[in-house]
Design a protein around this ligand. Sequence first.
Ligand code: 13P
Ligand code: SF4
Length: 322
Amino acid sequence: MITFELAKEESLNNKQIKELQEEIRALAKQKNAVILSHYYQRPEVQDIADFVGDSLELSRKASQTDADIILFCGVRFMCETAKILNPTKKVLHPNPESGCPMADMITAKQVLKLKEEHPDAEVVAYVNTTAEVKAVSDVCVTSANAVKVVKKLESKKIIFIPDQALGNWVKKHVPEKEFVIWQGFCPPHFEFTARELQKLKEKYPDAKVAVHPECHPKIIEMADFVGSTSQIINYATTCDADRVIVITEVGLKHTLMKKNPNKEYIFPESMNYCGTVYCCTMKAITLPLVYKTLREEINEVILPEDIIEKARRPLERMLELS
Ligand code: 13P
Ligand code: SF4
């Protein structure tokens, strides 16, 4: 058995990574656990997952699994979503410190105040929110279905939380509705500058540009394609260009290379902070942490029952509407 002295990911050589991956897969089989991973996870973590996907696909998978344990390699709101959709299952999060800064930019109290100020509006919560915030929201959306879901709502007025970039993107595509948009943002995506993208476009004039809707509106204006991580993968691997500039978290490169290695995917990887799109909290999950969490069945996601009950409604409504 591999000992947990292998605590530092950096210190693992390829042979140790492979051994640890095999141990984790054997444990998952023995415990009837399903391992879910977001595309922004470290490549060696993505490789041990039963399923790698975007937030919408991961929510769907979490709601359908018959495994006893869901080991979720993603940030906290993703693990909470899995727990809310599967309250009787044990959901494990390899690093409880791995949260999403944007999800912490709005509280349930602030949502209740917005509802008081706009009683005729429906609250549309990006899944990147805490369980408490979902519990006071009317419907959830992900970047893959936000436009579709908002179009289907009866309400003419929408309170969109917490992401201003996705909110503005939806507003542009649903001009018939009125929007109140919370000013939250994703630090890695929103702070990537148009100047950096312009430099990449000049360096690779033949490349198409695919971006995530969490990017700043100036970046979105410069894009050939805007979509969720899975939608970017579909576009980048099948479009007619041989080179694609991809403005989202660099973890996506792993799947792109696996799906279509014949193309070149350009990610902003400069050492300048504003010139990279790197999510430190997504990367805070390491192979040794996954191993320890699964072996000892620690770091279980626990939520109050009433929050689970209330937060399930907007999530299920999203899954129905999309
Ligand atoms: P996706 O739903 O597109 O995978 O995005 C999740 C996320 O956190 C993006 O920053
Ligand atoms: Fe949150 Fe942004 Fe990281 Fe996604 S990339 S988990 S929105 S901080």
